[in-house]
Design a protein around this ligand. Structure first.
Ligand code: PMV
Length: 326
């Protein structure tokens, strides 16, 4: 039995827009470099058993995977077998895979990142063995990152823990030791109507996209500097500018994509109107907000939500150390 646990990550610099690819090797490559913080409490658990007969069987959250999810995972098994075909031509065998999350679905926590990170590690272990997979994770994590990326782009940034910078084929861990917190304000649990894949494709049609690409390298460098010097105010200003810009790109895409809800805008407005604060927001492709801080802000957020007469669930998280393989 192979058991893997991996956490999602929250992007500080967003992956929004993919390079066109007509090969599986160059699938899901971001047009720009992106940077993220790995979470700790939110986790995907994957258990895998291999047998020499039968067929692949995949369960997600205790039920048989949908035809679409099943196909995505079978394709992922095939690409990992292909990657190791010279050293391990026998492949993975027939896999029984069970995947589950400990966090609510559609909560603004990217389950595809943790799921594809955990699946990649578990499938690698089925093909090349646990010990060799652990060695790869310890000494050449870029190989696992590259494979995870081909399953789901942002999964490339979940393989090492800490803060990760992804550019091109794989992500690398950056040397920052700052245990930030991420308090997630869940305003809605409805699934998004436009998938992030569709959002990535449309991003390139925004008239502001070229300008974003022009100034992003500078923002990415400044953000790394803020992380390294633990400058929360500088980091916060960059975080918010980046999140709002990603949504501006989505909203000016053709046709436009609207991920923020009126409630998300209310909370953002109330946060930005505070005369002084030690927490900053970011938002992925959905309406729920990630509040980044150094110490607990749950009480402050609860008061703010109460004043706005908004119902929300709160998920407390923070910097995580990366996947485990047993
Ligand atoms: O990995 P995908 O295709 O689900 O894209 C993720 C996109 C964002 O979450 C919005 C940003 C990011 O960098 O994670």
């Amino acid at each position: 039995m192979i058991s893997v646990c991996a956490s999602p990550n929250i992007a500080f610099i967003k992956y929004w827009g993919k390079v066109f690819s007509n090969s599986d090797h160059t699938r899901n490559i971001g047009v720009n470099a992106s940077l993220s913080m790995t979470l700790n409490n939110a986790k995907t658990f994957v258990d895998l058993e291999a047998s020499t007969t039968g067929a692949h069987q995949i369960w997600i959250e205790g039920t048989i995977a949908s035809a679409t999810d099943n196909q995505k995972i079978i394709d992922h098994i095939a690409r990992i077998e292909d990657h190791f075909k010279n050293s391990h031509p026998q492949g993975a065998g027939f896999l029984h895979i069970r995947s589950r999350n400990n966090f609510p679905h559609s909560a603004g926590i990217a389950s595809s990142a943790s799921a594809f990170c955990a699946l990649t590690i578990a499938i690698c272990a089925a093909v090349i063995g646990k010990e060799q997979t652990q060695t790869l994770l310890d000494t050449q994590p870029e190989v696992i990152s590259m494979l995870a990326r081909r399953g789901s782009g942002s999964a490339a940034r979940s393989v090492c823990g800490g803060y990760m910078l992804w550019q091109g084929w794989h992500a690398i861990k950056i040397a920052v030791d700052w245990p930030l917190r991420d308090t997630i304000v869940i305003l809605s649990k409805s699934s998004k109507t436009i998938s992030s894949s569709e959002g990535h494709a449309r991003a390139l049609t925004s008239r502001h996209f070229a300008e974003r690409l022009n100034h992003l390298p500078e923002r990415t460098t400044a953000l790394q500097r803020a992380l390294k010097s633990r400058n929360l105010h500088e980091l916060g200003a960059l975080l918010e500018a980046e999140a709002l810009e990603m949504h501006m790109i989505a909203e000016t895409s053709v046709p436009p994509v609207h991920y923020l809800s009126p409630d998300s805008r209310k909370v953002i407005g109330a946060i930005q109107a505070l005369p002084q604060r030690n927490f900053y927001f970011t938002v992925d492709a959905g309406p729920n907000l990630h509040i980044i801080s150094e110490s607990s802000v749950t009480q402050t957020l609860q008061t703010l939500l109460k004043d706005l007469q908004l119902e929300a669930e709160i998920w407390e998280d923070g910097l995580g150390t990366g996947p485990t393989l047993e």
